[in-house]
Design a protein around this ligand. Structure first.
Ligand code: NAD
Length: 265
């Protein structure tokens, strides 16, 4: 490997599939991929119109995009989406497991764990746990065959330090990080790397309301040494690094991108 490459954050024609890329962090990751040399971007979202709108933005940046509507919690649906992506672009070299939060329904309520039921856990587990399992399960075979791939899973600091009243979400996100480490260990011999990115308060359509009140914002900011909350670009920058060959000696790690909300050793 050369000691130095021109632009280290260059995707060199890799194809990326990003789940939940119809808005927020996933959207920005898709746009970053297009801006930094991806040969193709597969824009997944539960909502077709969101996936199509972001695919259009990718094309406006000069990239190639495939809008892929689908629920990442649906094992067979994800298989079809991956198949369509491989047919369109020939390979999937980067998988970003980004779909998360409450899933497609923003009305899912958080309740005290002692009052919760398996029915209430399902929406959280569907996207944050099964979504990661399904996408990774279906993308891995072609990565193994091609002897290259980078899998990046967006988790949450909630899964690292234990957010209050977020037990099921924290369970799924911490599980996703453990899963990612195991994928990294098993598949390194095939040229595949896997890492997680743990993010904290980041301004997206889902979270924006929490940052509207000045009082609430001041309370939140007291916990952030850098003095601001995150923007989707902050996360996309790290994802780009982990997707590119600049991180070719980096695998099995969890990277906090969180303004110092928590520190890792
Ligand atoms: N925004 C934050 O403050 C924050 C903090 C910690 C972790 N995270 C994590 O970062 C990631 C991105 O967060 P965000 O705030 O940008 O998300 P968001 O909720 O704003 O957007 C997520 C997108 O994913 C789509 N989606 C949801 N469920 C899906 C499913 N089952 N199948 C396909 N698409 C689905 C939604 O339609 C939406 O367009 C998530 O994994 C989230 O858990 C976010």
């Amino acid at each position: 490997m050369a000691d130095r490459v021109g632009n280290i954050l260059d995707l060199n024609g890799k194809v990326a599939l990003i789940s939940g890329a119809g808005q927020g962090v996933g959207r920005q990751i898709a746009l970053h991929m297009a801006s930094y040399g991806a040969a193709g971007v597969i824009v997944n979202d539960f909502y077709a119109e969101r996936a199509e709108a972001v695919a259009k933005e990718v094309r406006e940046l000069g990239g190639k995009a495939l809008a892929a509507q689908g629920d990442v919690g649906d094992f067979d649906g994800v298989a079809k989406m991956v198949e369509a992506g491989l047919k369109e672009f020939g390979s999937i070299d980067v998988l970003v497991n980004n779909a998360g939060n409450m899933g497609p329904n923003p009305d899912v309520t958080r309740s005290y764990f002692v009052d919760s039921t398996p029915e209430g856990w399902k929406p959280w587990l569907n996207v944050n746990m099964y979504g990661v399992l399904n996408c990774t399960r279906h993308v891995l075979p072609s990565m193994i065959a091609n002897r290259r791939g980078s899998i990046i899973t967006i988790i949450s600091d909630a899964g690292r330090y234990g957010d209050q009243n977020s037990e099921v979400y924290a369970f799924a996100k911490a599980g996703a990080a453990g899963f990612t480490r195991s994928v990294a260990r098993t598949n390194g011999r095939f040229g595949i790397r896997a890492n997680s990115v743990a993010i904290a308060a980041t301004r997206t359509p889902t979270t924006a309301a929490a940052f509207e009140s000045e009082g609430n914002m001041q309370k939140i900011l007291r916990q952030y040494p850098v003095g601001r909350i995150g923007e989707p670009t902050d996360v996309a920058n790290m994802v780009l690094f982990l997707a590119s060959d600049a991180s070719s000696w980096v695998t099995g790690q969890t990277y906090p991108v969180n303004g110092g909300f928590t520190f890792g050793l």
